[in-house]
Design a binder for this molecule. Structure first.
Ligand code: RNT
Ligand code: ZN
Length: 420
């Protein structure tokens, strides 16, 4: 018996005293998909080779060497990260992280052919692909507006981009046998408060209606909508606000997406999950970490992440129907480490949530014993989840947290430092 197995046996015993089946928890954990956001690897630059810089109120800071310069390099980098992230991983793309460009074909006319390398790779590796249109970093994002622009020509371009990426998602979905999650986030907004707040929102609503008028089977593609509070240079008014999209998602029966960087720092995204799930039964999470603003820092195993994971597990029957995608980008540290540390933290948080003695807590609550509930919830923080995690990693043939950096350092030396 390995040390991890021995420790797990003891931990399992302790958990079973609290009515928790630790072996079952890791079985469930292993199957919860986490979509790894490709854009951590290329600093959200995309591969259109048009030289457009990142716009739309987002910013990647740092200049760590080794940023992926094309889709092939990005896939190679992802492969190492995926070898170090236990459990079911998917990969999510932005709509400009194309594999190839064709002369004269802009974003409004992209097809699955522009993503051929991704399609082949995902088929070979058995990886599920998700994708989101990119309504930013392009000259047609004019005066900060895309789908809500007053000029019908500009609006048309972006509606067609949305339609095009939904079809790309459909093609991924058909190939992989699971729906490709297609998330709509548009940066539209203003630095200062506009006189007319209504018209852009009406135009956004109409643009979305038109884009979604193409009916695509949810077996292949799932539409989501993502609100935001503000971006850099877009501080006073965001067309696609939380209230806008809550209503839109409810009416159009689309999945709501909560990005944990998109709310006021004192708002609790964990608390919002049950509000949406009670109405719609399903949603998408973009897991990020905002520091003072939507800074997209690598997610840490902190209270916010634990609250999100807990509600994910409690609201949705072991995580099904709550789709999880990571969404952060840090260019000041090794990008593969950024993927791996963040994704492992997400999975750890889910494990901690799965191991919580939930039934005990609910029972105390139902008996109106709030003192007992507090005592128990504090006590559960000291249960030996780390032993279960170690065992889970070993069982999956994954290095533990201490050994994880070694292959990343080796790859950095061999590959990343040789890119300019
Ligand atoms: C932007 C949104 C969006 C991201 C892009 C890359 O604030 O979070 O979901 O995909 O930033
Ligand atoms: Zn997001």
């Amino acid at each position: 018996m390995s040390r991890a197995e021995k420790a797990f046996e003891i931990a399992r015993e302790i958990y079973s005293e609290h009515g928790v089946d630790a072996a079952k928890a890791i079985d469930i954990l292993d199957k919860i998909p986490i979509s790894i956001h490709a854009w951590q690897g290329d600093d959200v630059k995309g591969f259109e080779s048009t030289g457009h810089s990142l716009t739309g109120g987002c910013q990647v800071t740092g200049s760590y060497p080794g940023c992926a310069r094309n889709s092939e390099e990005l896939r190679a980098d992802l492969e190492l990260a995926l070898k170090l992230i236990p459990g079911t991983s998917r990969v999510c793309l932005q709509g400009h992280e194309v594999d190839v460009m064709f002369p004269g074909v802009d974003r409004d006319a992209f097809t699955i052919d522009n993503f051929a390398g991704w399609l082949n790779w995902s088929k070979e590796r058995g990886i599920g692909m998700d994708i989101a249109p990119a309504y930013y970093s392009h000259p047609k994002l004019d005066h900060g507006l895309s789908l809500s622009h007053p000029d019908p020509g500009i609006r048309r371009f972006w509606i067609n981009h949305g339609k095009a990426i939904r079809r790309v998602a459909e093609a991924f979905g058909k190939a992989q046998g699971t729906p490709s999650v297609c998330n709509q986030w548009a940066p539209d907004g203003f630095k200062d408060t506009p006189a007319d707040k209504l018209s852009p929102r009406i135009r956004l609503k109409e643009a979305l209606d038109e884009m979604f008028a193409d009916v695509i089977d949810e077996k292949y593609e799932l539409d989501c909508v993502e609100p935001k509070l503000f971006g850099i240079g877009v501080e006073s008014y965001t067309v696609g606000s939380n209230d806008f999209y809550l209503m839109y998602a409810a009416k159009a029966n689309k999945l709501m997406c909560f990005d944990s960087g998109h709310f006021h720092p004192t708002e609790d995204v964990g608390d919002k999950i049950s509000a949406v799930v009670a109405q719609q039964g399903r949603m998408l999470l973009h897991v990020s970490r905002g520091v003072h603003w939507d800074s997209d820092h690598v997610i840490l195993l902190n209270d916010e992440l634990l609250r999100i994971a807990r509600e994910t597990v409690r609201c949705c029957n072991g995580g099904t129907n709550i789709y999880i995608c990571l969404d952060y980008f840090d260019a000041s540290i090794n990008r593969i480490a950024a993927w791996t540390i963040g994704a492992r933290n997400m999975r750890k948080a889910l494990l901690i949530a799965l191991l919580e003695p939930y039934n005990e807590l609910v029972q105390l609550e139902q008996n109106w014993d709030f003192t007992g509930r507090m005592a128990h919830s504090e006590m559960s923080k000291a249960l030996p989840w780390t032993d279960v995690w170690q065992f889970y990693c070993e069982k999956n043939g994954m290095p533990d947290d201490y050994a994880m950096m070694e292959p990343i350092r080796a790859y950095e030396k061999k590959v990343l430092l040789n890119r300019d």
